[in-house]
Design a protein around this ligand. Structure first.
Ligand code: C2E
Ligand code: MG
Ligand code: MG
Ligand code: MG
Length: 281
């Protein structure tokens, strides 16, 4: 076990995700206005089962429809929102929006889970679980339809309040997913203690593994570690047939990436789903 962990840590240090350095960050007044004027939206990216190729869920990803700048991506605003308490306002609206979205899909006969990215600042809000249970109840959805994605780097610091929130959510069936795994240097001991049921391995590992031997070995140890911890494995960043084949070979549970579908506006979802269902039938 420990050999695997140190291997992962070493590889993670070499393969830091490259952040787009030149993205233009929005100013606080622009973000406040965007919230007031309902300029934030969610796009959805399909998650498919590796074995059956069936659609199992969608990940909601924030977008901002700026009046002059057009479609703005999260790199330009999530960190700014997190530095203020504005991220809370956005996340509460999103929770309602994503549950409404899958309840309407369910009414169309399509049963899916929805994954939402949650910032660490939200996870110390003690009323978050009750708020979520109330919403689930309101839309008559089982808690297992909701997956909360938390980046690995944000769960590193031990925080009693956060542990309590995570425990209360998972005890009632809300799924917890550890996002960008491999970039946060968390220890296995820590992972065992936390109620995560899913590991999303950072896309840099997936993308390097088809050409780089050591990245591939790292990916293999991550997937076997996840299996031993009884977590399902999501591989994101599947961009090509090579990535797809490797994911199949590694026996990952769930796949996500441009090769399958890019994130799309809610209005395009049904049509995509119908096409996909036809394609795999
Ligand atoms: P993430 O949660 O790891 O989401 C995956 C990111 O990879 C998304 O970028 C997605 O569009 C992109 N992606 C998906 N498939 C591929 C692929 O095949 N190749 C490549 N190169 N990229 C792919 P996006 O939408 O720009 O979001 C970036 C990050 O911003 C997210 O990473 C997440 O950490 C954060 N984020 C997005 N929406 C929210 C939100 O509503 N709340 C919070 N707190 N964070 C969010
Ligand atoms: Mg995510
Ligand atoms: Mg990720
Ligand atoms: Mg990320």
């Amino acid at each position: 076990e420990h050999a695997v962990v140190s291997m992962i840590k070493k590889a993670a240090q070499q393969k830091q995700p490259t952040h787009r350095a030149n993205v233009e960050k929005l100013k606080i007044y622009e973000l406040i206005r965007a919230l007031d004027q309902h300029q934030f939206d969610l796009h959805y990216q399909p998650l498919i089962c590796n074995k059956t190729k069936k659609l199992v869920g969608i990940e909601a990803l924030a977008r901002l429809n700026h009046p002059t700048k057009g479609l703005v991506f999260p790199d330009s605003f999530i960190m700014e929102l997190e530095h203020n308490s504005l991220i809370k306002d956005l996340t509460y609206k999103q929770l309602d929006q994503v549950l409404k979205q899958i309840s309407s899909l369910r009414d169309d006969g399509i049963s899916l889970s929805v994954s939402l990215n949650i910032s660490a600042t939200l996870l110390v809000e003690k009323h978050l679980p009750d708020m979520i249970f109330e919403l689930l109840n309101c839309y008559q959805l089982p808690p297992t339809n909701l997956v909360l994605e938390i980046t690995e780097s944000s769960v590193i610091e031990q925080q009693a309040d956060m542990l309590e929130v995570l425990a209360r959510l998972s005890m009632r069936g809300v799924k917890l997913s550890i996002d960008d795994f491999g970039t946060g240097y968390s220890s296995v001991e820590r992972l065992i203690d936390l109620p995560f049921s899913e590991m999303k391995i950072d896309k840099t590992f997936v993308q390097q593994a088809t050409t780089d031997e050591s990245a591939r070995a790292t990916l293999e140890s991550m997937t076997s570690m996840a299996k031993r911890l009884n977590m399902s494995i999501v591989l994101e960043g599947i961009e090509s047939i090579e990535h797809w084949n490797m994911a199949c070979y590694l026996n990952a549970d769930i796949l996500q990436g441009y090769y399958i579908a890019k994130p799309m506006p809610a209005a395009q979802l049904i049509e995509w789903i119908k096409k996909w269902q036809k394609a795999i039938a």
